[in-house]
Write a protein that binds this ligand. Structure first.
Ligand SMILES: [Fe+2]
Length: 169
């Protein structure tokens, strides 16, 4: 059985949608817990808003093809889940692990959208790419912001920890 470009595209849309749903969970979990890192919290809150728009673009593309998002947890998500499992274990350096994982996650999403754009074109759905380019720019901006925050976050972590305070989140 050979896959046609449309089937490949539908799978790519579902995978990317699953990634965005996972992104929302991961970010919301961090936002709930963050106390000492307001810049990270603000970046996450803003990106949660953007991510709802990204999710909607993917859902719109799927419904234009009379398809719907997958409800299955796929192997694809397993990879991301493992990456983010880092953030599950409460530890004094939880904030550092989350900062690294957020950086990795945004870059993962950048690759997913670069790939989706190529697949959309191959499937003759170039009309969808304007929205996905917007999503890609948002992921790039968030990746850059998270990277910018790694050093100041680490400095605050050090200051709090060396003063004997809790610094984990
Ligand atoms: Fe993102």
């Amino acid at each position: 059985m050979s896959l046609d470009a449309r089937a490949i595209y539908v799978t790519a849309l579902r995978n990317t949608h699953a990634v965005e749903m996972q992104a929302l969970q991961i970010m919301e979990r961090q936002i709930e817990r963050l106390q000492h890192y307001p810049e990270m919290e603000e970046a996450l809150r803003r990106h949660v808003e953007e991510t709802h728009g990204q999710r909607q673009r993917l859902e719109d593309a799927l419904s234009s093809l009379a398809e719907s998002p997958s409800t299955l947890k796929e192997g694809f998500l397993g990879f991301v889940g493992n990456l983010m499992a880092l953030g599950h274990v409460p530890a004094q350096d939880e904030i550092l692990k989350n900062a690294y994982a957020n950086h990795a996650f945004e870059n993962f999403e950048i690759a997913a959208y670069e790939s989706l754009l190529v697949i959309a074109d191959a499937a003759g759905q170039g009309g969808h790419t304007t929205g996905f380019r917007q999503s890609l720019r948002e992921e790039e901006a968030m990746a850059a912001r998270v990277r910018e925050l790694v050093a100041p976050t680490t400095r605050r972590y050090l200051d709090l920890t060396l003063a004997g305070d809790k610094a984990d989140r």
